[in-house]
Design a protein around this ligand. Structure first.
Ligand code: JHZ
Length: 394
């Protein structure tokens, strides 16, 4: 393993906190490594999952409208590919607030598995049956006995979060029908490195996947990657279709993406040699820009308080002296402080009356949607600072 990025010590990015909890805030090292054996890019400092995902978890997927649309389309795609009947079962691991399963309830049986009780409660309110807990082999056995085998198991933006992959893949094998499919979406390493999305590095993300290590992983457990697609969520992701080993041919998309990864150098350490300096260059440009604007007396706020935004704020060393407030659509985050940088999170309604000179777009993955949505604010004179892939003012 070789270290390819060092971001310093960071608190867990979804642990938004009240003023009274500041004294208890913990930081952990955030370093990224490249594995020479299987080309996997990962963290080695693993923070206890109960510190990261708990009954006060701050990320509710449905707070972002474009993501709801994405999962609606995702559900339609799965319904078209696999002729689901009302008896079939779709299980979502890390089902969050039911963002995906809500689109299956009119078609078949659904079951969510979500470790954060507060988020699972929102899913249940939508009529999505949800078990509160981490997905394990033992839980898979229980679910299989109680509900039968699943035709489809999904795990979106959670597969990269799991340290014990054997436990999850073995669990999937227990619960999945022999002709069922396991579909998982993860942020794609090729997009991460090509578009300098280094802020998506945080303790929840233990692995930064490309197709090659995923093929190895499933192979190890008697499964196989049958097809793969690139999708545009979270700055660029891959949707991977895996199944129990079979004689059915593997779709060309797998060899095509493997070849693209090879051509792009993704399987060799050399591709990552400038990662640290490029990340520091973005940080330095951003810090200079914001601090110069503040010296000129301009107001700077931020838009969206995503997990990745906290990596960026902390890597830059920003505080409320630099960024006055952050707006976010998630009710749970409003009224709290951003982890590490301790900037107040406020309701987006503030922008109906306040007109900051500059807004740092932390949720840059929704850039087009947000710039369009905030046309009237921009017409009033507010400029947006886009940090990724390079610092730009629009
Ligand atoms: P968003 C999440 O990361 C969580 P995050 C998690 N850590 C993970 O692994 C990745 O996804 C993949 C707000 N917002 O979706 C809502 C507005 O305020 O980019 C969200 O708080 N106004 C498990 O947190 C945040 O921004 C808006 O108009 O980086 C976006 O978070 C919109 C569209 C969003 O994921």
């Amino acid at each position: 393993m070789t270290r390819i990025l060092t971001l310093g010590e960071h608190p867990p990015v979804d642990n938004f906190l009240p003023e009274t909890e500041l004294v208890n805030e913990k930081r952990f090292p955030l370093n990224v490594y490249f594995c020479h054996g299987c080309s996997l890019v990962k963290l080695l400092d693993v923070v206890d999952e109960k510190v990261l995902f708990h009954g006060d978890y701050a990320y509710f997927s449905s707070a972002s409208k474009p993501l709801v649309q994405h999962f609606n389309g995702y559900a339609d795609d799965l319904k078209q590919r696999y002729a689901l009947t009302p008896d079939d079962l779709v299980v979502d691991i890390g089902s969050n607030d039911g963002i995906l399963l809500q689109f299956f309830t009119d078609t078949c049986r659904v079951l969510g598995i979500e470790p954060s009780a507060n988020v699972a409660a929102v899913a249940r309110d939508k009529g999505v049956e949800t078990i509160v807990g981490f997905f394990t082999r033992a839980l898979a056995t229980e679910v299989s006995a109680a509900h039968g085998k699943a035709k489809i198991i999904t795990a979106n933006n959670v597969f990269a979060h799991i340290d014990d992959l054997e436990e999850i893949v073995e669990g999937v094998k227990v619960l999945l029908d022999d002709d069922g499919v396991f579909v998982t979406e993860s942020h794609y390493l090729l997009d991460l490195i090509e578009h300098m999305e280094f802020d998506t590095v945080y303790h929840e993300h233990l692995c930064y996947y490309s197709v090659k290590p995923l093929c190895h992983l499933f192979e190890r457990f008697g499964m196989e990657v049958a097809a793969v697609e690139r999708v545009n969520t979270h700055g660029g992701s891959i949707r991977v279709f895996a199944r129990k080993k079979s004689d059915t041919p593997i779709h060309d998309s797998v060899s095509e993406l493997l070849a693209l990864e090879e051509r792009s150098g993704l399987h060799s350490l050399a591709r990552f040699q400038d990662f640290q300096t490029d990340a520091e260059a973005i940080r330095d440009t951003l810090v200079t820009l914001v601090r110069d604007l503040r010296k000129e007396g301009k107001t700077v706020t931020a838009y969206g308080a995503p997990a990745k935004g906290n990596t960026l704020l902390n890597f830059c060393g920003f505080t409320k002296d630099d960024i006055t407030y952050v707006t976010d659509t998630t009710p749970h985050k409003i009224g709290l402080l951003t982890p590490g940088s301790h900037i107040p999170v406020v309701s987006p309604e503030i922008l109906e009356t306040d007109t900051p000179d500059y807004i740092l777009l932390l949720a840059w993955n929704y850039r087009d949607f947000i710039l369009e949505k905030e046309q009237s604010l921009r017409a009033r004179g507010t400029k947006f600072i886009i940090p990724i892939p390079n610092v730009e003012i629009v």
